[in-house]
Design a protein around this ligand. Structure first.
Ligand SMILES: *Cc1c(COP(=O)(O)O)cnc(C)c1O
Length: 397
């Protein structure tokens, strides 16, 4: 299946008023070189075929479409199809992007790979791709996250990556991004920064969405084969927004309703959730203009979610555009509902969702009545083995 399509033809750095390149002057040449490198690669059939080949042979694509009949409800209440990104190598959609970016780095002659990671999932996906191609990999990670995600730190080290602890700030993802950007400035000659979601300065949001669009392209064709025609609705969880953008984008001009589900956390107050689109306001963060969680002085507020992958105070600029234009509806689901949905879904379908994914699953579950008779594709972004500890703790409370 092709990922070349039309998803990378937009060179415009803006999505309406959102996006752009709000970077220190010193980073502009690096960003410009990346822009040139990406758009020329995306127009190169040979490059696109090389990405497809690795995704197929190494990651196991195409991922299947699985009907979730029991969770959907008895009879013909709803058709619920899961796009099984959890069956990718390393257990989530993140590898679609890291393989694409690492192959691009090699095409651009950059042999030193750097990345940032919060929960460690993007770090593991990047280290997996660099191990495959024999490239050195440096992963910046906040000290607080290193402490919380010891297992993923060890996984990255096993894969040959160097994990650099970041002591600045709160020692979390936001600080790791800043440190990775600092490294990029110093080493732009030979270094490629693999960013983990469709955030950051142009061309990252367009590039990450391009590499993730394989999700929606496959899903569209698979749905047509299975049911004929299009689904009525597609739904995905939104952290930075890459799995959602990857599913949505190939349907964007179709009469298909779209829902993005953010982390509602434990409440609506600042610091209690990760719902940048539902509860945030536009501002500038990590190089682009987009909705984000900030206080009255424009200081970024820490996010909270039971799922580490949705625990980010910003969101991709294209989602901000889709929100304002009404193309996509965004809502949030609480920690508690996500945990409840995880338990029910696992028992009814025999698949343990990642807690991120469980937010989208919970939205379907909570809206069962309203969704009667609808045909739905849900982006099943990842598997939940990584969340066992959190789940067991929540169950015993
Ligand atoms: C990282 C992650 C997410 C959130 O990232 P997006 O860029 O919003 O897709 C969602 N699900 C899983 C399983 C993840 O690992």
């Amino acid at each position: 299946m092709s990922i070349s399509g039309n998803s990378a033809e937009r060179r415009d750095p803006f999505f309406g008023p959102y996006g752009g390149q709000f970077m220190p002057e010193i980073l502009m040449p690096a960003v410009a070189e990346l822009e040139e490198g990406f758009f020329s690669a995306a127009a190169d059939e040979e490059f696109n075929r090389s990405v497809e080949k690795v995704l197929k042979e190494f990651s196991g694509r195409p991922t299947p479409l699985t009907t979730a009949a029991r969770f959907a409800g008895s009879g013909k209440d709803m058709i619920l199809e899961l796009k099984r990104e959890d069956l990718n190598h390393t257990g989530a959609h993140k590898i679609n992007n890291t393989i694409g970016q690492v192959l691009l780095a090699m095409r651009m002659g950059k042999r030193r790979i750097i990345a940032e990671t919060g929960a460690g999932q993007h770090g593991v996906a990047t280290a997996t791709a660099t191990a495959l191609f024999g490239l050195p990999c440096i992963v910046y990670m906040g000290v607080e996250d290193i402490h919380r995600q010891a297992l993923n730190v060890e996984r990255m080290k096993l894969l040959g990556a160097e994990v650099v602890p970041v002591h600045q700030g709160a020692g979390t993802l936001k600080d790791a991004v800043n440190e990775a950007l600092r490294d990029w400035v110093r080493n732009v000659e030979d270094t490629f920064y693999v960013l983990g979601s469709c955030v950051g300065p142009h061309p990252y949001p367009t590039m990450v969405r391009h590499f993730q669009s394989v999700i929606g392209k496959e899903a569209k064709e698979q749905f047509r084969e299975k049911h004929g025609g299009l689904p009525d609705l597609v739904v995905a969880c939104v952290g930075g927004g890459s799995n959602a953008a990857g599913l949505f984008y190939p349907f964007i001009d179709d009469p298909v309703e779209m829902v993005g589900v953010e982390a509602g956390g434990v409440g609506q107050k600042p610091g209690e959730h990760g719902a940048s689109l539902v509860l945030g306001t536009p501002g500038i963060f990590h190089g682009s203009h987009s909705y984000l969680l900030q206080d009255g002085d424009g200081q970024v507020v820490t996010a909270h979610s039971v799922s580490a992958g949705l625990d980010y105070p910003g969101v991709g600029p294209e989602h901000s555009f889709w929100k304002d234009t009404g193309r996509v509806s965004y809502c949030d689901v609480s920690d508690e509902e996500a945990l409840k949905a995880t338990l029910r879904f696992t028992r009814e379908e025999g698949i343990l969702p990642a807690l991120e994914t469980a937010h989208a699953v919970a939205w379907v579950g909570l809206n069962r009545e309203k969704l009667k008779g609808r045909k739905i594709v849900l982006c099943f972004s990842g598997r939940g083995d990584k969340d066992m500890e959190t789940l067991l703790r929540a169950k015993s409370e």
